[in-house]
Structures are given as C-alpha cells and as structure tokens.
Design a protein around this ligand. Structure first.
Ligand SMILES: C[S@@+](CC[C@H](N)C(=O)[O-])C[C@H]1O[C@@H](n2cnc3c(N)ncnc32)[C@H](O)[C@@H]1O
Length: 282
C-alpha cells in the first residue's frame, strides 16, 4: 500500500497577486456584460415591491461581489501601514476600520417602524459605508427616497462600492420607478465631510468604533443634522440623551441581527436643542 503525498503549498506573494489580477479582470468582464445587458434590454419599473423583493434585488446586485472579496479588500488596508489610517500605528484606528454589515432584516424593521417619520424624497446616509450594502438596501426598501449617501475612508472598499453603484444605476434603479433614489458613494472621513449634512436618517455601524470615534460622531451629528433627523447606532447609544436641553431623544434600544450576529440597535431623534461646540471644522 502506498501513501498519497500532497503537493500543496502556501502560495507566494506573486501567485496571490496573479490570482487577484485574474479575479479582478473576470469581475470587470462580468460587470461590463451586466451593464451592457441592462442597456440593451432596459429593466422596467416593478408594479408591486415588498421587503422580499428588496432582499432578492440586493442579493442579485451583489452576485459578483461575495463577502470573501469584501473582507479581503478590508484586510489589505487595515494591515498595510499608512493606507486608510491617519497614523498607521494605533490599534484603535485598526479597530475603527474592521468590517461587518448592518443586517438586511434589521434595516427592513427600521424602515417599517419609522416609515411615518421618514418623508418621501428623504435622504439616508451611512457613515463608514463600506461597499454600500445598507444604502442599496435602503433604496430598495424605500424607493421614494431622493438620495442614499455613503462616506467611506478605505480606498479598496470605495472602489468596490463604485462598481456596485454602476450596477445599481444600470440594473436596479430603473426597476425602482421613474424617480429612483440616487446612490452617492463618497470617499473620505465622515467627521470632516459635509456630504451628509441635513440627512433625514443616518446609519452608523458603530459596533466596533473606538470611544473617541463614537464620541466625535455624536458631536458631529448634533452639528450637521436638523431637528427630527433619526440616527441609528450599534452597540452603544449617544450620551447627550434623556435630560433637559439634550440634543438627542432615544426612541429605542433593541437587539437585532447584523452580519456578524446580534447587536443592540439604538435609534435617536435629533431634538431642537443647540449642540455644544465640538471643534470639528468642515
Ligand atoms: C463596520 S463597517 C460598516 C460598513 C457599512 N456601514 C455596513 O454596515 O455595511 C465600518 C466602516 O466604517 C469605515 N470608517 C471608520 N471610520 C471612518 C471615518 N472616520 N470616515 C469614513 N469611514 C470610516 C471603515 O473603513 C468601515 O468600512
């Protein structure tokens, strides 16, 4: 009897690079083919549309962008000094950038529960939007939104978001009606940009944000959002809540499933009160 020996070995960096380049080229071809197909036989607006249709549509949108690709791009940047980080050294900064996504059903529950507080032509923002999945989900769940705006720091994720944005425009937006939500994906630091100023609903997947980033996010949101705006955070809620003169009213804190497991979802509403100055400049 002979023993079988395995020839397998860990791939060299060159082999990894070559395999990636091949996968990127294959994905680019698939995207181009999908956009061409949508152009040559334009999808028509759907007459009836429910949460199940929204979920199916989002899954179809992501069919060339599996979770493994997204995690790979995120890992590339958080373990490469000077990329995506300000100082390239602090583990707190690495922590702020680690990936996980709002669960679709968690967003569906949110948009259903607060539908009367989200007016037609409202703007939804996602702070740290990754590849944009919650924004595409919001557009499908509320096709009457005007805009879904994301801000993401990491270039690799922003690039994938751009690919998905082009697919959304070609394949999905036409199905959502005559005036579908515009999905805008910006690269930058949401603490300093003004892209989300005046948004009606702001999603913050803060499950692993450092205390410093979370506190700055709260202060910035108090500065740039108008009374009535809803802000959704994960794992912890805003501090300036539940007292006279507070900037935020806590509407609920509920456990819901996200891409990695259960997390508490905090929903806050901006009050009329003026914020304390946080010292963050535009
Ligand atoms: C946990 S992921 C969430 C992605 C997306 N919101 C979702 O739920 O699918 C958090 C994202 O926030 C980004 N991020 C962290 N700090 C940021 C900042 N100051 N400005 C922009 N993006 C930031 C990270 O790069 C990461 O992609």
């Amino acid at each position: 009897m002979s023993l079988e020996t395995s020839e397998s070995h860990d791939p060299s960096p060159e082999e990894v690079r070559a395999a990636r380049a091949k996968a990127d080229a294959k994905r680019a071809d698939a995207i181009a083919a999908r956009i061409d197909a949508a152009k040559s036989s334009p999808p028509s607006a759907s007459r009836s549309w429910d949460a199940r249709d929204a979920l199916d549509a989002c899954e179809r949108l992501f069919r060339d962008h599996p979770g493994s690709l997204i995690r790979e791009r995120c890992r590339d940047e958080i373990f490469t000094p000077s990329k995506g980080r300000d100082d390239g050294s602090s583990s707190e900064h690495v922590r702020d950038l680690v990936y996980g996504e709002f669960g679709f059903m968690s967003l569906a529950a949110l948009f259903r529960k607060y539908s009367d507080q989200i007016p037609p032509r409202a703007v939804v923002a996602d702070l740290g939007s990754g590849v944009g999945r919650p924004l595409f989900a919001a557009a499908c769940l509320r096709p009457d939104l005007a805009r879904c705006v994301g801000v993401e720091k990491l270039g690799g994720l922003h690039e994938l978001a751009g690919e998905l944005g082009a697919l959304y425009d070609a394949e999905l937006a036409p199905v959502l009606g005559a005036e579908p939500p515009r999905v805008e994906l910006h690269r930058g630091d949401f603490l300093h940009g003004v892209e989300w100023r005046g948004a009606n609903v702001v999603l913050v997947n803060s499950a692993i944000f450092s205390d410093e980033l979370f506190e700055k996010t709260e202060a910035r949101a108090a500065e740039v959002l108008s009374p009535g705006a809803l802000v959704v955070t994960l794992r912890r809620g805003f501090a300036d809540c539940g007292h006279e003169g507070a900037c935020w009213e806590l509407l609920e804190a509920t456990e819901r499933r996200q891409s990695w497991g259960m997390s508490t979802v905090y929903v806050h509403r901006r009050t009329q009160n003026s914020p304390r100055r946080a010292g963050i400049e535009d």
